[in-house]
Ligand binder design. Structure first.
Ligand code: CO
Length: 156
């Protein structure tokens, strides 16, 4: 495992519409291991493949509910609304308020290609929505209000 370099806003890979994963191979497993190491080292709530330079539909979520590897994730249901602060490992030193669904259901595959479904609420749902936006080239700053500078320790 190795930490990967997290690209910053302005890098064109962050604006790509990512392509679905077709091969559930060792390269994917290595990527997921590296993304886990990277998001834990950076103390992020999630990380998407374009943030480490790859335009494929892979994200990891690192929240109180656990650690999740989402390959080819799709939100199949959403309900309610929440508004709260977000940061991003690719937009260092900033934070802004974003409206998100309160609850989402997501279908995804794991590193072996097996299908799964999960339901998330609150911050967990927010993290999923943020990471899935990355897979479509969308950054939270595109949607946020009150974007302000913060100290690194306050970032998520
Ligand atoms: Co982000």
């Amino acid at each position: 495992m190795a930490q990967r370099y997290v690209v910053q806003v302005g890098d064109p890979v962050l604006r790509k519409v990512c392509t679905p994963v077709k091969n559930f191979d060792k390269k994917l497993a290595d990527l997921l291991d590296d993304m886990r190491e990277t998001v834990e080292a950076e103390e992020g709530a999630g990380l998407a493949a374009p943030q480490v330079g790859l335009d494929i539909r892979v994200a990891v979520i690192n929240v109180d509910e656990g650690f999740y590897e989402l390959v080819n994730p799709v939100i199949v249901y959403q309900k309610g609304e929440q508004n709260g602060p977000e940061g991003c490992l690719s937009v260092k030193g900033k934070q802004g308020d974003v409206a998100r669904p309160y609850k989402v259901k997501v279908e995804y595959r794991d590193r072996l290609g097996r299908k799964h479904k999960l339901t998330a609420e609150g911050f967990f749902a927010r993290a999923i929505c943020h990471e899935l936006d990355h897979l479509d080239g969308i950054l939270y700053i595109d949607k946020a209000t009150n974007v302000k500078d913060v100290k690194n320790s306050e970032e998520k």
